[in-house]
Ligand binder design. Structure first.
Ligand SMILES: [Zn+2]
Length: 234
């Protein structure tokens, strides 16, 4: 059973499972199984900032290393809840991402989301951290990009205004959200520069730099003292 909400032993569905490090614990029967807890990467931002275009390029670049998915494919009848923050929709995505993580590859989820919509959910426990990078653009650019979309996407002026309002909220609150959201302005950036930036963000999240080496004995310290200034700075 891969669904991280269902116990493979007793078959019960848990509203809130316990994940302790790399162990998954069933609240009904106490079953304890190995669980791969990985970071989730959320590439977010308002519509029109370039997420989908970047996602397509990233999927090619990251093949075999990460799984790039677009959130909107599940924005379908039944999951399109009208509750503020769309908790059902968000929960399904976290379960799906956690299930993919059991295969050993981290998920890069592309779609509009903000930390207050993921962080309070019980399924948040399936991940070590969720990292957020938001693509943004100035209001005129966003509006022009959304107006240029095909009619079936139904971008009328009230919806465009709402999206610009969200973009404005994000710009003002990104740094103080928990966790903070990094911003990347795509207003004038060429696509390749944006893809490069997002790629380096993913590298940074997935391969944290090793801790700095520290001297282990007095003789090591002495050797460091005698080196030229700045030599040991890497
Ligand atoms: Zn159980």
């Amino acid at each position: 059973m891969l669904d991280p909400n269902i116990c493979p032993r007793c078959g019960e569905r848990a509203a809130r499972v316990t994940v302790d490090g790399d162990r998954w614990l069933c609240p009904h029967c106490g079953h304890d199984r190995a669980f791969r807890r990985l970071p989730l990467l959320a590439l977010t931002g308002p519509s029109g900032a370039g997420k989908s275009t970047v996602a397509a390029a990233l999927a090619h670049r990251l093949a075999g290393r990460a799984v790039v998915l677009e959130q909107d494919v599940l924005w379908v009848a039944g999951l399109r809840d009208d509750i503020d923050g769309h908790p059902e929709f968000r929960s399904v995505w976290l379960r799906l991402a956690a299930m993919i993580h059991q295969n050993g590859l981290p998920v890069v989820l592309c779609g509009t989301v903000a930390p207050p919509e993921f962080e309070p959910l019980p399924e948040r426990a399936f991940f070590t951290d969720i990292h957020y990078l938001a693509l943004v653009a100035d209001p005129a650019t966003l509006a022009a990009r959304l107006r240029a979309r095909p009619a079936w996407r139904a971008w009328d002026e009230p919806r465009i205004d709402e999206m610009i309002e969200f973009a404005d909220w994000l710009r003002h609150h990104a740094a103080t959200l928990d966790p903070p959201v990094e911003l990347l302005d795509t207003t004038t950036a060429p696509l390749t520069a944006t893809v490069d930036h997002v790629h380096s963000w993913i590298d940074r999240v997935l391969e944290p730099s090793p801790p700095p080496t520290i001297p282990t004995s007095p003789s090591d310290r002495h050797a460091d003292d005698s080196s030229t200034p700045g030599k040991s700075r890497r």
